[in-house]
Design a protein around this ligand. Structure first.
Ligand code: ATP
Ligand code: MG
Length: 668
């Protein structure tokens, strides 16, 4: 853990918007899940009677083959175990449990290919497909506990592959199908996978990427002898190179399989999957999630955060390569029996209008996306009215939600007003790959909303803000976000590296028992609501004043007509200790030097006005886009190297568009 500087800004959160919005739910037929008093009572119950609280949730949410008798085992902190003598299967909890109910013949996924070709699959059909693939895996020798890497385009096939692994107790390792051969290779090697499931090509943004060829490249890099088979889903008729004895097509192995496959019942703590973090801050970590604890939270948060009902149509734009896709495309919505929309490729292709068309066409009621996509939509709507939400019927929407980065209040308001017509609660969900599911998020119909805030922790999540000596800080004081008590959905370890797990998340400096999220946060003085202020390693110390990067970014983005996106980073400075550097993407073409200087002047004034003259960026750089991970997050470690004038020698395999870095090399 980096010790200094590690707390957020010490001032009040005055620059954030203060107005609270009612969390009312549009569909009157739906009962509110609870009142604010009941929410507080539930939080208190979870704190005082944790074993009872979690035991009850695990019983209520999951179908057990053999019920657990023991809720919690804390013999070896921080390696906690939950429900450990219980036995279950995750695919049964997502599919079989719906057979024989109204959900059996309900659409599980509406699917749209990149060229717009539609498709759909019911729960019954999904179960059949999962069983066929599971039988193929078994026939190829995959056993309980084996790791299977899934490198597939976004689509139903990826979900099927995940559930097929779960069905036979194999541990899936989904790798986002935009990653390079090198990144894929690292993940195959690290997990010693026995199989890779891929496709001949991926269709994305009008191009066809040769996925199978990338897999070949990764396997050729050496050290992958444990991979016995590569299973290829033929997305198109494009030919692919087949290695004898190792590679086979779905046609060959899957199509003839039986649609019945008895599920392998596993212990509650059996790893369901390994998932690597996005790599925003450093070397990605392979997090291991346990079956029961993870699944119970995936399902429960669908209730609390989304008030999910049988008539909802849920659209989460995340790829299954990220935790959001795991929990809010595969496990959570399916366990809840929801109907979903799934899109191949990117929702911004061929243009931003596709997002609104999809919502209109499928009558999406819950729309879950990322701030980066919202900002892209705002930019597109400003440039061309055909892409503005006003031109579409979005009346089916009842809940809007985002995850991945802090949402600035300006973008929050745009989404809330222009898309939700002030009728749909905006659910800003804070969570991490490590936490499996939502941690801090408003409950629709219950928690009053505050633009730019993820509001309050869900029941059972003991979130707090502490300083470097693990002292809890009062409202209005910025510090490090921690979780004080264990909860079942936390990843159990980093694959093969218990020590890194302990050091990263339960550092001795904080006493070894607090879960350190790695994010800075501050609680609003009046409401106690949480604002995430940025990664703790990114907090700036300018002349002894601590500044959160998010707050400065918020002030920059606040110039709505001019700024599309901004990222703030610190660099060492002789006079002030650290200097603020801002990377700004304008809504207009990159300005001339003279114009740029004028714009920079106004930006500095706005920061001085909204925060303090101390926070004024010393460097301001303009570019056409920010360097982002493939999950759409700003890659701060690269920006940090740029402002320090360091050579970019770091692993850039998770960077979406490397060419973007060039533009930011010059400063004003
Ligand atoms: P790495 O750990 O490799 O650096 P990462 O942290 O970006 O990658 P994820 O686990 O996908 O990988 O992202 C979790 C992080 O995303 C959180 O720690 C936080 O910084 C940010 N985040 C997620 N949701 C929110 C939110 N609603 N508000 C603010 N920040 C968020
Ligand atoms: Mg992280």
């Amino acid at each position: 853990m980096k010790k200094e500087p590690s707390t957020g800004q010490d001032r009040s959160s005055s620059s954030y918007t203060k107005k609270l919005f009612s969390p009312h739910l549009k569909k009157r037929g739906h009962q509110r899940s609870m009142t604010m008093e009941e929410y507080r009572a539930l939080c208190a119950h979870a704190q005082d009677h944790a074993v009872e609280f979690w035991g009850e949730l695990a019983q209520r949410n999951l179908e057990w083959e053999r019920p657990f008798t023991r809720v919690f085992n804390d013999q070896r902190p921080p390696f906690y175990r939950w429900f450990e003598d219980g036995v279950l299967n995750a695919s049964v909890n997502c599919l079989d449990c719906h057979i024989g109910t109204d959900i059996e013949h309900k659409v599980a996924f509406h699917f749209e290919a990149e060229d717009g070709a539609p498709g759909q699959v019911t729960y019954r059909e999904l179960l059949d497909r999962v069983c066929r693939v599971a039988n193929a895996l078994k026939a190829l020798g995959v056993k309980k506990g084996d790791r299977v890497v899934i490198y597939l385009p976004m689509g139903v096939e990826g979900v099927v592959a995940m559930l097929a692994c779960a069905r036979i107790g194999a541990i899936h390792v989904v790798v986002f199908a935009g990653f390079s051969a090198k990144a894929l290779h690292e993940r195959i090697r690290d997990t010693e996978a026995v199989m890779v499931i891929t496709a001949n090509v991926q269709c994305r943004a009008g191009r066809q990427l040769p996925l199978k060829a990338i897999v070949d490249g990764a396997l050729d890099m050496g050290g992958c002898d444990h991979v016995a088979h590569v299973l290829v889903h033929e997305r198109t008729s494009e030919p692919w190179n087949s290695v004898d004895g190792r590679d086979g097509s779905y046609k060959e192995y899957v199509d003839g399989q039986s649609s019945f496959c008895a599920p392998e019942m596993v212990e509650a703590e059996h790893p369901l999957f390994i998932l690597y973090t996005s790599g925003s801050t450093g070397q990605p970590k392979g997090l291991v999630h346990a079956t029961a604890g993870y699944l119970l939270w995936a399902k429960q948060t669908m209730q609390w955060s989304y008030d999910i009902h049988p008539d909802d149509v849920f659209w989460c734009t995340a790829d299954i390569g990220w935790v959001t896709g795991h929990t809010y495309v595969t496990y959570g919505p399916l366990a809840a029996g929801a109907t979903q929309v799934i899109l191949e490729g990117t929702p911004l292709y061929p243009n931003a209008g596709r997002v609104w068309q999809v919502i209109q066409k499928y009558a999406v009621s819950i729309f879950y996306t990322a701030p980066t996509l919202i900002r892209a939509l705002i930019k597109a709507a400003g440039q061309d009215k055909d892409y503005a939400p006003e031109g579409y019927d979005l009346s089916s929407l009842r809940i809007l939600s985002s995850v991945g980065e802090p949402i600035d209040p300006t973008s929050w308001m745009w989404f809330y007003q222009k898309v939700g017509h002030e009728n749909c609660p905006y659910i800003d969900t804070f969570f991490q790959s490590e936490t499996g599911g939502h941690m801090i998020a408003p409950i629709p119909g219950v928690t009053p909303l505050l633009p730019g805030s993820c509001t309050l922790p869900l029941p059972g999540i003991a979130a707090a803000i502490v300083d470097e000596s693990a002292e809890e800080l009062p409202n209005g004081k910025g510090g490090m976000l921690v979780i004080k008590r264990p909860w079942p959905a936390l990843a159990r370890t980093i694959w093969g590296d218990d020590q890194r797990y302990r050091e990263s998340y339960f550092p001795e400096e904080l006493g070894g028992t607090l879960y350190l999220a790695g994010d800075g946060a501050i609680r609003d003085e009046e409401t106690g609501y949480f604002h995430i202020t940025g990664r703790i390693d990114d907090v700036l110390n300018v002349s002894g004043h601590r500044l959160g990067t998010v707050e400065i970014e918020t002030a920059l983005i606040g110039w709505e007509e001019m700024v599309a996106e901004a990222a703030v980073i610190g660099r060492p400075d002789e006079n002030t200790g650290e200097a603020v550097c801002a990377f700004v993407v304008l809504k207009h073409p990159i300005p001339t030097r003279e114009e740029a200087e004028k714009i920079a002047h106004v930006l500095r004034q706005r920061v001085a006005r909204d925060i303090s003259p101390i926070a004024k960026p010393k460097d301001i750089r303009f570019g056409q886009g920010l360097p982002k991970t493939r999950s759409g997050k700003v890659m701060r470690r690269l920006l940090r190297s740029i402002v320090r004038g360091e050579a970019l020698t770091q692993d850039m395999s998770t960077l979406e568009d490397p060419s973007i870095l060039e533009q930011f090399m010059t400063t004003l």
